[in-house]
Design a protein around this ligand. Sequence first.
Ligand code: EPU
Length: 337
Amino acid sequence: MHIKQNISLKSYNTFGIDVLADFFISVSNVDELQQVLALKSHPNKLILGGGSNMLLTKNFKGLVIHINIKGIEIISENDDFATIKASAGENWHEFVLWCINNDFGGIENLSLIPGNVGTAPIQNIGAYGVELKDTFVSCEAISLETKNLKTFTKADCDFGYRNSIFKQHAKGKYIITNVTFTLSKKNHELHVNYGAIKSQLETMQISQPTIQEVSKAVIAIRESKLPNPKEIGNSGSFFKNPVISKSNFDTLLQNFSDIPSYPVSEDEVKVPAGWLIEKAGFKGKQFGDFGVHKNQALVLVNYGNAKGSDILNLSKLIQKTVKRLFDISIEAEVNIL
Ligand code: EPU
């Protein structure tokens, strides 16, 4: 077991924030992880997956455990479906590409989402009409209390919009070590009605897309709208899209007749936070080394050497302005540490 000291976390978070961890270890299997968790010498621990959904605002005074457990396995299959288990440390997009190359369908709309397999269930990643929960079967996780493995079924996970048990009462209590999915082998059920995919496929002149082509369309959309974290530090959507009551929405419509919305229930709608932030004048605004992305106002960016606190302060200013203008509270989607 090799614990390093004073390690920069810059390359371990997609925002590219340069903070230091007092201690750091990368673990490549479950046994090693269990041993590290049992260490009494490091009571303060931070678990790091792909680092794609966090904003680090200060040095970490403790032990960072980087989950680097790899492996993809076909557990079972019949003519129609394959059940696949992927380890937590697999990069999400590479896992999607592996599935597409094997012609396993169901997660092609989730192409190019940053992060790792093990952190994907925490916020039930989603894009273009598909969410992780649609193909999720179960996951295994280590309890930080008992250090034992526990299986969580789909029902146990209580998935919602960018939400799961791992963001609610199981928060900070488990480390996901692998995730199992059921994917289709033929007659793939495609989700291509989402506006942006439809028009991208039209541009590509494809009317009967394969899962490979859907993935290509999604990649093209994301590349045109969202900054690549390898080039410009970011954490995808910084905020969640707020859900508001229909009556509040109707009041807003009187002043903002072009406000978009998606139905949620009989009396609630979801409003794109990107629209609210753009209307509030923040889209494309740059303040030195940080700002709001020019093509997608939901994404805050680090152009170089921004501090986590710079981005946090900007996010607070955005929240305050949106609240003042629309009386809507927008909540951060990323974890702030
Ligand atoms: N919009 C604007 N200005 C902007 C951005 C968006 O007006 O700068 C409005 C437009 O009306 C647009 C609508 O918002 O039609 C929706 O925009 P988009 O399709 O880009 O989706 P989103 O609601 O902004 C969500 C997810 C994204 C996901 C896309 C596509 C959340 C918080 N974000 O964004 O997820 O890729 O839908 O399905 O739900 C992520 O979580 O990191 C992420 C990128």
